[in-house]
Structures are given as C-alpha cells and as structure tokens.
Design a protein around this ligand. Structure first.
Ligand code: HEM
Length: 417
C-alpha cells in the first residue's frame, strides 16, 4: 500500500525488525487494515516463536507463530482449553454466549456431532447443484464492463444463500444473516454498528427470529437443517437463550465470513500473481489445488485463542496456567521452514492441503468441505464465462486481527469484443 510519499510496507518492515520484541503487538487491528502485519510475524517466527505481549486492554497474551508449534498446541486440548473464549477478549459478565467452539469435551463433542451431518460429504453432494445454479445466476447478473464491488455482489451473495439453505432460513430475508454476521464481527466503534447496547439489541433480535424458527420445528418431524437438528438433539435441545445465540453466532460467522473472504481473496491473489491466472485458465484441473492454496494464502481466520490449563514449557518460555495463548494461523501458513516460498501464491504446489487455516485437532473446521465446495463451484462457473476479472484498485481490508478479509474489492469484467 502506498500512502503518498510514505511506503507503509517498507516502513512496517523496518520497524518490525528494529523495535524491541516486547513492544510487538500483533493483535493491533490496524496492522491488518494496512496489510502490514507480515514482517512482525516474520520477526516473531525468527526471534520469539513463543512471544509474550502485555496488551493494555486485553491483558498479557502469548503468540505462537511457527507452523509445527501451532499444530502441537491446537492438537493438545488437555493442556490448552477452549472454554470461555477463542478470541483474546473474555466474555462480558453480563453478555456471555457459550458456543461449542469455545467448549472442551465432552460437551463440545456432543454438540459438534449434532450439526456435523449437515456438512457431511453426502449432504454436500446434494447441495452442489443448487450452489452451482445460484453461482451461475449471480455471475450472469454482473454488470459487464463496469466497475463494481465483488465482495457484495458475489462473495456475500453466494455464501449468504448457502447459509440460508443450511438453516432453512426464509430466503428473501437472507441478508439479515449478513447483517448479523457483520454486527458480530465489526470492531467496537465501527461506523454503522452503533453502541455496544445497540449491537446487543440486534443480536437479541437475531435470537428472537431464530427462536420462532426453532418453535416451528421442534414439534415437527426432524429435518436436515441446522435448526431442526439442534431442536431434536439431546445435546442441544435444552440450551438457554444465550447458548442458542452463541451457537447461532458460531454457525453464522463460521459459514459466512470465512468463505466470503476466501472468495474475495481468490480475486486478489490471481490479480497479484497474474501468471497463476494464466496457469489456471490453461489447466482447469488445477482448480482443487488452487482452492486449497487460496485458503492457505488468505487464511481467513488469523488466529484462535486457547487458555493454558497448567504450566507448559515451550522454546524456553513458561506459559503459566490461566495464560491466554493465540495460535496465529496467518503466521504458520507463511512459515518459511515448512512451506517453500510461502508468501507467493502458487496454485500447483506439491502439497496444497498443507496449511493450518482450518485448525487441527478436535475443533478442526467442521465446514471445511463446504468452504472448498463453494470455492470450486464459483470458479468452475467463472471460468465458463469470464477469461479475466480485473481488480481496479487497492482492496479495502477489514480492520481486524481475527477476521482476515476485505469489505470492498472494486473489479471490472472486460466486455468481450
Ligand atoms: C475457508 C473457510 C473456512 C475457514 C478458513 C474456517 C476456519 C475455521 C477454524 C480455524 C476453526 C477452528 C479450528 C481450531 O480451533 O482448531 C473453525 C471451526 C469451525 N468452523 Fe470453520 N472455517 C471455514 C468455513 C466454515 C464453514 C463454511 C462453516 C459452516 C457452517 C464452518 C463452521 C465451523 C464450525 C461450526 C467450527 C467449530 C468446530 C468445533 O469447535 O468443533 N466453517 N473453522
């Protein structure tokens, strides 16, 4: 990014390698808006793979930045618990929304098992024709020869439609899901999201809306949508309102933002690496591997947090019981000791599925195949229609250290002569 005479990237690099280690704050949302977080992680991987930072608001937290350390921590739920929170903030005392991503076994396992059939390969096979039909219709409706925001017209539209199907949510009202997703993830004070009280009021509206769907379904025959599944399962049928809201938040954000930002990321990546675009059009069989490479390169969720259950030694540091630990997937995916030339986007890598974007262990993303399916289908449909989609400006990135994505991506599809 260039800001007049100041080159923000060069400046960030110089600072990242000169600042004292204990001043590096990789939870600073602005680093992600300006895309300048990369050199800080490079420094941490090299000099402080288990790094402690005293955050003025969030308190102290450890950063794990190397690939294999992330896999080790993520796989060890006995020592690194998910209970309470998977972001650096702890839940507010008066607004706690338990969800199964922030639980340990056995409750986690039972709730995960409740929803996972909706995301099984068999169910996805049934969904594929519908996703394809919608992807085609979205692409056929795009304004050719004009500049438009790809995030809104394609990424959000397709993923919100899929989410509506998973919930069997009233289709015409599906943009409510997008709004709730944005309300959940918008940083505090973000324009358009009001005060904390207003934000909570919107989330109560969300749970109220879903409660009506629940009430319709709880007394009806069990069906394959997520609400009916939760209403009829031993593990979830007695959730109170806040836990219901928590699991809704998990499924809305999990199913929406992540895939949305990967679809947008594929456009950014192919424009930054045009030779890969040519490779893909010349050889469409590379698509599944391109999808995995995009998920690695984009890393739509930058980290997950754990809380140490006992004192653990790592790389000469003692993580104490009760300490917060962030596993920075966004850094692990750029670990130069594991992935060759990791900053480059290379769609025919030898091991394209070698990445940590979906996590590891008992919480490994349950929607990973649905994400890959949507990516593959949208690109199969794009390639039938458009030889090129041009980025016409610098992407506008989300100011968040957790959700790694874009809110505006101006593109143009050239008119064919
Ligand atoms: C490219 C898209 C996606 C990425 C990068 C992604 C990433 C992740 C990550 C990092 C985790 C936590 C893993 C861990 O702690 O070890 C996770 C969990 C989860 N994801 Fe995804 N996700 C994506 C798409 C989806 C989709 C489409 C859904 C569908 C609803 C979904 C639903 C979930 C759920 C429910 C969990 C909690 C699993 C558990 O705690 O057992 N995700 N995802």
């Amino acid at each position: 990014m260039s800001d007049g005479s100041i080159d923000l990237r060069a400046e960030a690099r110089a600072r990242a390698f000169s600042v004292p280690l204990d001043e590096i704050n990789v939870a600073d949302d602005q680093l992600y808006r300006t895309d300048t977080h990369w050199p800080y992680f490079e420094r941490l991987r090299r000099d402080a793979p288990v790094h402690r930072y005293e955050h003025p608001d969030l308190g102290p937290f450890w950063s794990i930045s190397r690939y294999h350390d992330i896999v080790a921590v993520d796989s060890n739920w006995q020592d690194f618990s998910s209970t309470g929170s998977i972001v650096l903030e702890d839940p507010a005392d008066d607004f706690n929304t338990p969800m199964f991503i922030a639980m340990d076994p056995p409750k986690h396992d039972a709730q995960r098992k409740t929803v996972s059939p909706a995301l099984s390969p068999a169910n996805l096979q049934t969904m594929e024709p519908l996703i394809r039909e919608r992807a085609g219709a979205i692409l056929d409706g795009l304004p050719i020869g004009e500049t438009f925001n790809w995030v809104d017209k394609v990424s959000i539209e397709l993923t919100t439609m899929t989410l509506a199907t998973l919930f069997d949510f009233p289709f015409e009202e599906r943009r409510k899901l997008t709004r709730w997703s944005d309300v959940i993830t918008a940083p505090e004070g973000a324009p358009g999201f009001g005060t904390e009280d207003e934000r909570r009021a919107e989330l109560f509206e969300c749970v109220g809306y879903f409660m009506n769907l629940w009430n319709e379904r709880v007394n009806a025959e069990p069906k394959g949508d997520l609400i009916s599944m939760m209403a009829h399962s031993e593990a979830t049928r007695n959730m109170d309102q806040m836990e219901f809201l928590g699991n809704l938040i998990l499924l809305i954000v999990g199913g929406n933002d992540t895939t949305r930002n990967t679809i947008s990321g594929s456009i950014v990546a192919l424009n930054q690496f045009p030779e890969q675009y040519r490779k893909l059009t010349a050889n469409p069989e590379l698509l599944p591997s391109m999808v995995s490479e995009t998920i690695r390169w984009q890393t739509p969720l930058s980290f997950m947090r754990r809380t140490a259950v006992r004192d653990v030694e790592m790389h000469g540091q003692t993580i104490k019981a009760g300490d917060k630990v962030a596993m920075w997937y966004i850094s692990g995916n750029r670990d130069e000791t594991v992935i060759e030339n990791p900053n480059a986007y290379i769609i025919d890598r030898e091991r394209p599925r070698q990445h940590v974007s979906f996590g590891f262990g008992i919480h490994r993303c349950v929607g990973n195949r649905l994400a890959e399916l949507q990516l593959r289908v949208i690109w199969e449909e794009i390639m039938k229609r458009f030889p090129v989609i041009e980025l016409t400006g610098e992407p506008s990135r989300i100011a968040s250290s957790f959700i790694h994505g874009y809110d505006d991506l101006q593109v143009r599809i050239p008119r064919r002569t």
